[in-house]
Design a protein around this ligand. Structure first.
Ligand SMILES: CC(C)(COP(=O)(O)OP(=O)(O)OC[C@H]1O[C@@H](n2cnc3c(N)ncnc32)[C@H](O)[C@@H]1OP(=O)(O)O)[C@@H](O)C(=O)NCCC(=O)NCCS
Length: 180
């Protein structure tokens, strides 16, 4: 069982975190807390409930915006002039010890839930990610992310209008939050 917590350097130990991407390991080990202290982004970690100092995965969120020219035409058409307010998931990674256990999917779902919460207060059209390559891109495409028109490794997931939340916030995700 896992729990989502705000990264807290005094409690969480990122020193052994290894996801296979050194830049992402370095971010959670050395830079994530600094960006939080400066109010630039927030990093959330997923920890096993019986060992809450261990980081099984993490994601970082920050406010962002997207230009209409980046969006697929059917998405851009009903929107007002750009830029369009959004959220950016700057980083997402899962430690190799939990490979293939659904942690990556759970992290995406938790990030989307958090954006939906924030959107109730401040608005926000979509969740944006910059995939590090084709492999990461195909991971995000599974969850309904759509490629930018001009930058195919940048993707966005429309958060929908009221009552039209993305599929990935249905019961499956909530259940995984408890049992993964
Ligand atoms: C990408 C990443 C988060 C996936 O995490 P994970 O915990 O292995 O993924 P899950 O177990 O939740 O897998 C969810 C589904 O996506 C699939 N999947 C996992 N990794 C995938 C990948 N790289 N490409 C395509 N599909 C992938 C799984 O097969 C699974 O599908 P299934 O349920 O039909 O079997 C993880 O590999 C990782 O941290 N990689 C290094 C960092 C990285 O690339 N981050 C992305 C930011 S650019």
């Amino acid at each position: 069982m896992f729990e989502e917590q705000l990264l807290e350097p005094k409690h969480h130990d990122p020193s052994t975190f290894a996801c296979g991407e050194p830049a992402l390991d370095a971010f959670v080990q050395r830079h994530a807390h600094q960006t939080m202290r400066r109010g630039i982004s927030q990093s959330w970690v997923l920890v096993p409930v019986d060992q809450t100092s261990t980081i099984a995965g993490f994601y970082s969120l920050a406010p962002a915006e997207v230009g209409l020219a980046n969006l697929q035409p059917e998405d851009a058409r009903p929107l007002p002039p750009d830029p369009i307010p959004c959220f950016r998931m700057g980083r997402l990674a899962r430690d190799h010890r939990w490979r293939g256990e659904g942690i990556g999917e759970l992290l995406v779902g938790l990030a989307v839930e958090r954006c939906l919460q924030a959107r109730r207060s401040v608005g926000g059209y979509a969740l944006i990610v910059d995939a590090k390559g084709e492999v990461a891109k195909s991971f995000y495409l599974r969850y309904g992310f759509r490629p930018y028109l001009d930058t195919p490794n940048s993707l966005y997931l429309p958060l929908g209008g009221p009552g039209e939340e993305p599929l990935l916030t249905t019961g499956l995700w909530s259940a995984k939050r408890v049992t993964a």
